[in-house]
Every structure is written in structure tokens, then in C-alpha cells.
Write a protein that binds this ligand. Structure first.
Ligand code: MN
Length: 364
């Protein structure tokens, strides 16, 4: 049996942190990612497309989303599309899932306990969230009969240890105990495949916020009674990048623009969490707002951790502990016997000043 597993598409996510226009663009990108996944399933000739919940965010999803889903899944007929609703798209009478006239290849699991759906030479057992929370394990009191190939399609939170979860807590041991060969899961937004413990999360199809680093997409699952293999397909167009830039050594807006321009090709079209740090001098001390302006047009979440460059002469005149520190270290720099000795004392001065001001100590 060959399957394409996706989960956590989160269609209609608000993306409030990006504002209205960029949020709308991002919602289009999520629909595009689902379209790519469906095309990919057809190219690989899978026996079914499995969707492990959080396909859309039901509080934001208008009927147009239902129409988009209907049309998208109709295009891959006769490939079956199995959907196990999660906490964001839980099933209830009259919900979006219930209102669409689905094509014959779409199968939506509507009940909280696992229900069977035959696929190729095996059976896929799917369970639904029927409310925004689920405190019981989706495999509670569940056991498959017979020798066949049995898989589960669930939105669930794998529990290592004793902790509980409002999102379908599932202990890995329950999977094997139930007689299942593999659990195809949604809920965790990071790709996680554990072959020995028999579960796989594809993760969100595109990164949904700045914490979702790593590769995103779908899983291609090949499974028979003798074993299985799972391959990650990187379908996402975006990547989350975490970057840090120290601007202590520059003093003009032009140098700053050049510094960012060098990163633009890598950052453009991705989600960047950028920390700009260091001491401000020259033009940047007068116009610190230039830092934010130089990032215009990029999806950058900026954290500024900057402080004015020190006026050492006036510090050295202070009758304070800081003043005494500056005087003492400057004397050491003046007495340095060679360049490397002087640099070492300059480091001491920089680190000491940063520590006095409660800034992070940066040694070059
Ligand atoms: Mn989710």
C-alpha cells in the first residue's frame, strides 16, 4: 500500500502578525501547498491521500473553502481521500465538512472511535475530533481483529510518560497493543517519524509561524505486511530562518543597506526572525529607525538589541565604579606590550561595559 500523508494544512489561518495583505497572500500559499500535495499524490500513484486533521481552521473558514476542497479532491478521482478531523476542523452536525457535497472518492471520518475504511490490501482506521478538545486516547479500548494490514489515521498528541493532553493523548505503546502496523498522525507541526514506535507526523505542510523551523511538506508511506518505508517530501515553499547580525562595526545607513542586501536573496519569500544587536554609532546612532526601514518588503520579525556606542572619555571622568573600571582598563591598554595584549584588554573593556549596562557580552 502506498499513501501520501499530510496534516495541519490550517487553511484560512489568520496570520495576524503579518497584517491583512500579507496574511491573504499566505492563505493563498496554503491552498497552493495543498494543490501541490494532491498533484504529487497523483504523480506517485498512491492508493490513498490521508489527511490527519487540522485541514482548515473552522472558525475562519467560509463556504468558499469547502468549494475549494471539493474541487481539489475531485481532480484526483478515483484516488481516495481520507480525512480524520482534528481540533481545528472538528466534525459536528452542520459543520463545513457536513455541508459539502463531496465527490465519491472523499471519505470523512465522523466519529470519535476509529472506524474502518478499506484501502488497497489493508484497512485504515480513522477517528474524528467531534469538539475542540479530546481528553481520551483515540485508541482507547481499540483492538483490530484478523491478520490483515491495519493502519490508523488520527489527530493525536503522542504522550511520552504520564502527562495528559486536551488533544487526543496517545501513548506509543497503544499503537502496537491495538494491533496496528502504523499510526498516521496529525497535530505536531514538526515532521516526526518513529519507525520502531510505529507512528509518523508529517508536520504542517508550510511553516505557520516563526517557531516552525526545518523542512515542511508531506510523507510518502510504502507499507506491506513485511515492513514499511517513509519518505519526507519537502513540498513547502517557505522556510523559517533565524538570523543574528551584529552592527557594532558599521556607522552609515548605506553600510547597513549593503549588509541586509547581501541577505535579501536568501530571506526573500521566507520567514525571518532577525536579531540585530551591537552598539550604535554615526548615522545609526542618530537614525536608529533606519534599521527597520532597511528591511522593508521582507517578512522579517525584528528584535532590536542595540545600545549607543560609549563615549569613553566622559565615562573615564566619572567618579563611579564604572569610571574607575574604564580608567584602569585604559591604562592597561596604554601599557600593552604588543597588539594582541592590547586587543585582549580592549575585549575586557567591551565585555565590562556591556556587563555594566546589563547587555549581552559579545567578544569579537
Ligand atoms: Mn495543527
Amino acid at each position: 500500500m502506498r499513501l501520501l500523508l499530510i496534516a495541519d494544512v490550517h487553511l484560512e489561518r489568520p496570520f495576524k502578525w503579518l497584517g491583512h495583505a500579507r496574511g491573504a497572500e499566505r492563505r493563498r500559499e496554503l491552498r497552493d501547498a495543498l494543490t501541490r500535495a494532491v498533484d504529487c499524490a497523483r504523480d506517485y500513484g498512491v492508493d490513498a491521500i490521508c489527511i490527519a486533521g487540522d485541514l482548515f481552521e473552522r472558525e475562519n473558514a467560509p463556504p468558499a473553502v469547502g468549494e475549494f476542497l471539493r474541487a481539489t479532491f475531485a481532480r484526483v478521482r478515483p484516488i481516495p481521500v481520507l480525512i480524520a478531523p482534528g481540533n481545528h476542523d472538528y466534525f459536528s452536525t452542520g459543520c463545513l465538512y457536513d455541508r459539502i457535497s463531496w465527490p465519491s472518492n472523499v471519505h470523512i471520518f465522523r466519529d470519535a472511535p476509529p472506524r474502518p475504511c478499506p484501502v488497497a490490501d489493508g484497512t485504515i482506521w480513522g477517528a474524528a475530533f467531534i469538539g475542540p478538545e479530546r481528553y481520551q486516547s483515540p485508541l482507547e479500548n481499540f483492538r483490530v481483529d484478523g491478520e490483515g494490514l491495519h493502519l490508523a489515521l488520527l489527530h493525536a498528541d503522542i504522550m511520552d510518560g504520564e502527562s495528559s493532553s486536551p488533544y487526543g493523548p496517545l501513548a506509543p505503546e497503544e499503537i502496537e497493543r491495538s494491533g496496528l502496523a502504523l499510526a498516521l498522525l496529525g497535530h505536531v507541526h514538526e515532521c516526526r517519524v518513529e519507525e520502531t514506535r510505529r507512528f509518523a507526523y508529517p508536520g504542517s505542510i508550510e511553516p505557520l509561524d516563526l517557531s516552525e523551523v526545518g523542512s515542511h511538506g508531506a510523507l510518502l508511506v510504502e507499507i506491506s505486511r513485511s515492513g514499511y518505508s517513509i519518505q519526507h517530501l519537502a513540498l513547502a515553499r517557505r522556510t523559517v530562518i533565524h538570523a543574528e547580525i551584529d552592527i557594532s562595526s558599521i556607522s552609515t545607513i548605506r553600510e547597513l543597506s549593503e549588509l541586509f542586501a547581501a541577505q535579501r536573496a536568501q530571506w526573500d519569500g521566507n520567514d525571518v526572525r532577525l536579531r540585530v544587536l551591537g552598539s550604535l554609532q554615526g548615522e545609526l546612532l542618530i537614525h536608529p529607525e533606519a534599521i527597520r526601514e532597511a528591511l522593508d518588503g521582507l517578512d522579517v520579525d525584528l528584535a532590536l538589541d542595540v545600545w549607543p556606542a560609549e563615549d569613553l572619555d566622559s565615562l573615564a571622568r566619572q567618579r563611579t565604579t564604572l569610571g574607575a573600571f574604564v580608567r584602569a582598563v585604559r591604562e592597561k591598554i596604554a601599557q600593552a606590550t604588543d597588539g594582541s595584549d592590547a586587543r585582549r584588554w580592549e575585549d575586557v573593556l567591551a565585555a565590562g561595559l556591556a556587563a555594566f549596562h546589563g547587555h549581552e557580552v559579545i567578544l569579537k
